[in-house]
Design a protein around this ligand. Structure first.
Ligand code: ATP
Ligand code: MG
Ligand code: FE
Length: 340
């Protein structure tokens, strides 16, 4: 079946067409430029941008796939988690398409979508797999027994998400928003051993994470340098901060694979685009005999393909469609791949 996926949980309007593990069309419109001067996503601005971008984005995805609306067999949409107004635009559009085309509607989980998208790049995910989800709003370690029906949370951040830490530290260093890419770039010219920042929840025997202490340590370092009138070595700070983040993420992810006897690790979400995270994960997975799967950067950040990919799984599993009065859920738990 041809599944159309619609994503509007944050500031990307994404629409894609997927058949099984094959990505046929994928179009993303982002309102990120409209949020830059605020240093973060403004929900009302994002909602309005989704409304304007929805129809053209659907049209572009169909064009790429060489398909017509009437070819679509099922519609998957992000039901949560995300911004209330933003989610509502996508879910309303999806309901309209489902009703007009008389095709089933599936409200799916954005976070599980971040994991499911890997299938479009590397084929069916072995069962079980461990997934490290690192995005702007979430940092979770998951035991994925089945993408459509059984996702178990092993741990979570207790404060900031990994991407949020990048964004906050970028602001401290006067780098642009979103902070991940400029820190990644700056760090490549820095020495990660120049400063030793704390590793939150390192070796505490849980799969939880903490990044707010690290952010505070960077803030203190910047204040100290200011007070002494010393210039900030942004590249070194970025490299040392990044080293602290990726060290803990990869250690705990590989530990989870070993403890659960799982031989596949997927890393996804916006922060999975990070070059240091990819490099260290590769090294540690190789040492542990774990197969590492990381989708290409474009698939790591928000897009419609992730929602279509999870939709295709849900359809293949034969799960019942969502009702046409499907509600959005801004805090849909990661253990619910499908919203009813
Ligand atoms: P969620 O999925 O939790 O709702 P989100 O959808 O806003 O959050 P994503 O789009 O998956 O998050 O990821 C955005 C985050 O990824 C931002 O915080 C951004 O700074 C970060 N990011 C993007 N590229 C990189 C990179 N190269 N290195 C580190 N972080 C990055
Ligand atoms: Mg975004
Ligand atoms: Fe996301």
């Amino acid at each position: 079946p041809l599944v159309m996926g619609i994503e509007t949980s944050c500031d990307e309007t994404g629409v894609a067409l997927v058949r099984g593990c094959e990505l046929l069309g994928d179009s993303v419109a982002s309102s990120v430029d409209q949020h830059v001067r605020f240093g973060g996503v403004v929900p009302e601005v994002a909602s309005r941008a989704h409304l304007e971008a929805m129809t053209p984005t659907v049209r572009r995805a169909l064009e790429q796939a060489g398909a017509k609306l009437s070819d679509v067999d099922a519609i998957a949409v992000t039901a949560g988690p995300g911004l209330a107004g933003a989610l509502l635009v996508g879910v309303s559009a999806a309901k309209a398409y489902a009703m007009a085309l008389d095709k089933p509607l599936y409200g799916v989980n954005h976070l599980v979508g971040h994991v499911a998208v890997d299938q479009l790049e590397h084929g069916p995910l072995p069962k079980p797999a461990i997934a490290l989800l690192v995005s702007g709003g979430h940092t979770s370690l998951l035991l994925v027994n089945d993408l459509a029906t059984e996702v178990v949370s092993l741990g979570d951040t207790v404060d900031d998400a990994a991407g949020e830490a990048y964004d906050k530290v970028a602001r401290l260093l006067e780098l642009p928003y979103p902070g991940g890419p400029p820190i990644d770039k700056a760090a490549q010219k820095g020495d990660s051993r120049a400063i030793r920042f704390p590793r939150g929840k390192w070796g505490d025997g849980t799969y939880d994470f903490s990044f707010s202490g690290l952010k505070t340590a960077v803030a203190r370092h910047v204040e100290d340098a200011d007070r002494r009138g010393e210039p900030l070595v942004v590249a070194d700070i970025a490299a040392a901060f990044q080293e602290s983040v990726v060290d803990v993420l990869t250690r705990k992810a590989v530990d989870a694979c070993v403890e659960h006897g799982v031989s596949t690790l997927v890393i996804s979400g916006g922060v999975a685009a990070n070059s240091a995270l990819r490099a260290l994960a590769e090294q540690r997975c190789r040492e542990a005999g774990v197969e590492l799967r990381v989708p290409r950067p474009r698939l790591c950040t928000d897009n419609g393909a992730m929602i279509a990919a999870l939709g295709a799984e849900v359809v293949a599993a034969g799960l019942p469609p969502s009702a046409l009065d499907l509600a959005t859920d801004t805090s849909l738990p990661v253990e619910s791949p499908l919203a009813i």
